[in-house]
Design a binder for this molecule. Sequence first.
Ligand code: PRP
Length: 179
Amino acid sequence: MHKDCERIMLTEEQLRSRVKEVALVVDEDYKDKSPLVVGILKGSIIFYADFIRFLSMPVELDFMAVSSYGSGAVSSGNLKIKKDLDKDVKGRDVIIVEDIIDSGFTLACLKRMLEERGAASVKIVTLLDKAERREYDIKSDYNCFIIENEFVVGYGLDYNEQYRHLPYIGILKRSVYEK
Ligand code: PRP
């Protein structure tokens, strides 16, 4: 385990088996469709890469990088787009893949934006859900783990752009972010 982690919350094995389980449900639900699978950079990268490998229907991959202004009304205007999609979502079934849903602001704004652009459907797949932190009325359609409000890193998640490469989800030591 990395020295900056207090403990491992989710092991590689737990991640592998649950991601597979959820991906196979999505695979079944979309078996007659050809969705656009949108990864939200950067936190989702490892989850995204593992998730898509269980999909058997024709899929197209695309990515967005966004940052939210943090609060306010759920509106596409409250989302800053750092990197937009390459594809037009009009008429497409879109699956958003995110690492974590916290207040829900980012995903609520993002979902609205893609619907406004004319997507036929927009569903959300998340790795982690800090359910107790929710402030906005948004739910992921497929979630792997509901977690406590801990500072988690690894498997794509960062603190100051560090730790994303760790193969497990670890809880960061307080001393790392309180110093
Ligand atoms: C994280 C995460 C979501 C958002 C969740 O992104 O990937 O996009 O925060 O928070 P919310 O539900 O309160 O809106 P972050 O800005 O840390 O970017 P990153 O994915 O590049 O690490």
